[in-house]
Every structure is written in C-alpha cells, then in structure tokens.
Ligand binder design. Structure first.
Ligand code: 0PR
Length: 387
C-alpha cells in the first residue's frame, strides 16, 4: 500500500466525493429494494456496541443472552418460542445454513425449489454440491404441488417454499408442502426472508393470508430477515430451526478462543454482536404494535398504488398483491424501456422479465407514489411518441 497519511477531514471529503452518485435507502426514489434505512435508534445501538464479536461467545455472554431472546421472540412470532437459531449475515447465509444442516443429516444431495426461488438458494446449492430441481409455478405464481411431488426422488432431502417471493411477494402453498414433506420424510425450509416480518402482522390485521410458519408440522426451518422489513441495519438475517437437534451436524466446537470453549452453528466465525443488539433493541423499542402499525401503513400505500394503476389503460398490477410488493406491467410499451427511462429520472427500479417491482416499504409514502405515477405517465407519453 503506497498511500501517505491524510487528515481525517480530507479522508472524509474523498469518501463523500466518491459516494456522491450513490443512492440512499433514506430517499423515496429507491422504491425497488427490500432493505430499508435503519431506524436511528438501531443505528445508535449498532455504533455503541460496534466491538462485540459474538463469534467468541463466552467473551460476550450478555450478547448471547440477547441473541437467545431475539430468537425466542421471532420464534413466538412464527409459532414456536422454542425455536433454535441465530442472527446471521442475511437471507443468503440463513438459506445456506438450512441446506447445509439437512444435507449433513440426510447424506443426500437433491433439493426441490420453485422457479421463483431467490438466487441465494442456487449459490448455496453450488457451494454444497447439490442438485437443484426447479419446479414450475402456477398461474398465481405459486409452487405447483403436483409437479413438486413428481420431482421427489430417492436422493431428495429437502423442499424449499417461499413466503414472500423476491419478484412479487407471493407465498407458496406451504401447508400442502408441509403435508408432502411429512409424507415423504423430507425437510421443509421456508424462505420468509422478506415475508417473515410482514405475514404475521397482516394476519393480525385481518388479511386473508395463508399459513407459512411452525404452526404447520412439516416446517423444519424459516429464514426471517430483520434487515429487510425489520428496520435493522445490515447485516441482520435470521435463521430459525424447529429445534436445536436439526443443527447437530453443523455445530462446530472451538476450544481456543479468548472466552473459552464455544460451539457455532453459523457459517461465518466472527459475527457482529452490534447487529444482534440492534435487532434486540428494535424488537423491544417498536414491539409487536409498532411493527403492526408499520405493516398497516405499508398495506395502505400498497392499496393506493394498485388503485392508481387501475386508472391507467396501459399499466396494470401483474397480479393482486399478496403483501407490500407490486409488480407493474405494461400492455403496450416495452418494460425495459420504461425501466431505463425511469432510472434516467432518478428512480431506483427493479426490473423482472415482465414487470417492475415496487416494494412498499416504510419510506415509500403516498407522496412518493404520486411522484412515481406522475413520472411514469411522462415516460409512457415519451415512449409512445417515439414509436
Ligand atoms: N430470500 C429472499 C426471498 C430474498 O428476497 C432475498 C434478498 C434473500 C433470500 C437473500 O437475502 P440477503 O440479500 O439478505 O442475503 N432479496 C433482495 C433482492 O434480491 C436483496 C436486496 C436487498 C437486493 C436490497 C437489493 C437491495 O437494494 O431483491
């Protein structure tokens, strides 16, 4: 490294200047992402306890205690207060851990996932040397149960169902998957990285939404990410297993650490205790009611966006939203051109094959939607004028 020392203010200036074109989750124009600007209290907790490495568990018994409480609170939310798990780096690590645990327990190498599965499952399968059978989704974009049953063979050890797909927030028919897994003695992992912090509250708010959690006897584990709808800073993913026994083959014993002997069931060894503390802080600061209010507001804005889209001849929601994710499609203009033109206007837009994905998070207010509608009208006029 051939850099000479600079004063802090110059370093800061250089950083600011390099980052000047970066977007911020704080701003309304980032309407595409599942992550959120962390609550200021969470930020404060994160920076106060920045030094805690929960990988060396016995050095930080207090953080371990908070992590246990976080897991049992999330377990309660998912109908299993006795769940075992960890706060990990994100949904990717959470999904990986489930597949790793079950591959080791079963000694088999084939998993079944819906075609809507997040790419983290394919990455994990690649690392774990697994064969992935991808099952088609129905017209409602849910995993097809008959196809899933057909895909099961002697080498299959796990089915993955999604509760809140990345593309549209759809929930797979988890109770049917649960029955299938019990029938064939398979593990069932649920990827509720996004939906985990949404579905329980929607149920409470009276939405007709299907079961997805440990209340279904076949569900073995659930990914639920505080750094998405939980308002916590990255890195905060969550993995919950039905019981600790399921992790016995991925439990690594370490004896030399500063705090003494410990055992880890995560992939990363050093792990952010600050992230765990921020999650504990947010769960206790917002409480059930706080999260419920957030979901209520997000669903209100979701309904508003759908109503606004209904006023267009050309644009339409690709399907009635299951949760606070809306797919916007066009029956006239090329969706890629729409996405590019919206990006040129400063919007951060997720583009899927046939639709733009809008994630109605806390910072996406009605005002933001009004601006989005205004801008997309201009874009459509422009595109049509050029044709
Ligand atoms: N499972 C599902 C269903 C997901 O949607 C995601 C991420 C993951 C697992 C993986 O989670 P981590 O990213 O925490 O490992 N889904 C987001 C997406 O692909 C990730 C994301 C978040 C991307 C913020 C961009 C962004 O700005 O949309």
């Amino acid at each position: 490294m051939n850099r000479s020392s600079l004063p802090k203010n110059e370093v800061l200036e250089l950083i600011h200047s390099t980052l000047k074109h970066d977007k911020s989750y704080k701003n309304g124009n980032v309407i595409s992402t599942m992550c959120t600007y962390p609550d200021t209290f969470a930020q404060q907790l994160f920076s106060t306890f920045i030094d805690r490495n929960i990988g060396d568990a016995n050095l930080f018994p207090g953080v371990v205690e908070l992590e246990n409480e976080v897991i049992s609170s999330l377990g309660e939310l998912l109908h299993n207060p006795d769940a075992y798990g960890n706060i990990v780096t994100g949904g990717t690590e959470a999904n990986f851990l489930a597949l790793w645990a079950y591959r080791e327990l079963s000694g088999k190498h084939t998993i079944i996932v819906p075609e809507t599965a997040h790419f983290s499952l394919y990455k994990s399968a690649n690392i774990l040397n697994l064969k992935t059978k991808t099952v088609k989704v129905t017209e409602q974009r849910q995993m097809d149960i008959a196809e899933t049953e057909k895909a099961i063979d002697d080498d299959t050890f796990c089915i993955v169902g999604i509760a809140g797909t990345t593309e549209l927030g759809v929930i797979d028919p988890i109770s049917e998957l649960s029955a299938l897994c019990l029938k064939y003695n398979l593990y069932l992992h649920i990827d509720a990285a996004f939906g985990g912090f949404v579905i329980p509250f929607m149920k409470d708010l009276g939405y007709d939404i299907i079961d997805f959690d440990f209340s279904l006897p076949g569900v073995s584990s659930i990914t639920i990410d505080p750094h998405k709808m939980g308002l916590c800073p990255i890195p905060a993913g969550g993995i919950l297993f039905r019981n600790e026994e399921l992790t016995k083959k991925i439990k690594w014993s370490v004896s030399y650490l500063s705090g003494g002997h410990t055992a880890q069931t995560t992939f990363v060894s050093s792990r952010s205790g600050a992230a765990v503390i921020a999650v504990w802080g947010m769960l206790n600061y917002l409480g059930y009611e706080g999260y419920n209010d957030i979901i209520k507001r997000c669903m209100h804005v979701t309904d508003y966006l759908v109503a606004e889209l209904d006023k267009f001849d050309e644009l339409y929601p690709i399907q009635h939203p299951t949760m606070n994710i809306v797919g916007v499609a066009s029956n006239k203009s090329n969706i890629v051109l729409i996405a590019e033109a919206m990006r040129d206007k400063g919007w951060a837009i997720s583009l899927f094959t046939e639709h733009l994905r809008i994630v109605l998070r806390q910072s996406v207010t009605k005002k933001v939607i009004n601006k989005f509608i205004h801008d997309i009208k201009e874009v459509l006029t422009c595109i049509q004028a050029k044709i």
